[in-house]
Design a protein around this ligand. Sequence first.
Ligand code: COA
Length: 159
Amino acid sequence: MKIAVYPGSFDPCTNGHVDIIARSCRIVDKLIVAVLSNYKKTPAFTAQERVEFLKRVTHNYKNVEIMTFSGLLADFAREQGASVIIKGLRAVSDFEYEFQMALTNRKLNPDVETIFMTTSTDNMYLSSSVVKEIAAYGGSLEQMVPEEIQANIYDKLRR
Ligand code: COA
């Protein structure tokens, strides 16, 4: 069974993340979306909220599981029996950092390969910070965030 981990902070998840999940779960048997709980930046949403949002927006994907993790991603992948880490690349500027992370993770866990998936062009500009900024000022989150979680994002962030 081919198990992959798609890690991130998902603070909150965006259409960009959902696009990567939808495309990745077609090429593996099981996709674990791994929400980092010991985030280096202070998250706007608790780990529980971030997990709940992801569960809501991925309920149609039968081979997707949402989990939290803390510590090293390489260790989490090993514990879960995952042989693949999936990362989304939005632009060339993401590459240097992601390349370093992929090499580090392989050093820490030689049994895991990182696969980069290019973000769909519609989502190239997106990030969780952009979403939070727009929500804070009451702007439209149309085509940025799944409809099911938009109200929760405004509730928490709108000034
Ligand atoms: N579409 C839209 N936005 C996307 C995206 C996509 N497909 N993929 C990522 N992003 C955005 C995120 O929304 C986030 O935006 P923000 O900075 O505005 O919040 C940004 O890209 C970074 O994504 P994030 O989820 O924070 O990922 P990251 O690259 O910082 O890495 C982990 C998160 C969990 C993978 C990483 O911190 C990790 O592995 N931590 C565990 C410790 C470890 O093992 N470290 C490596 C060895 S030292």
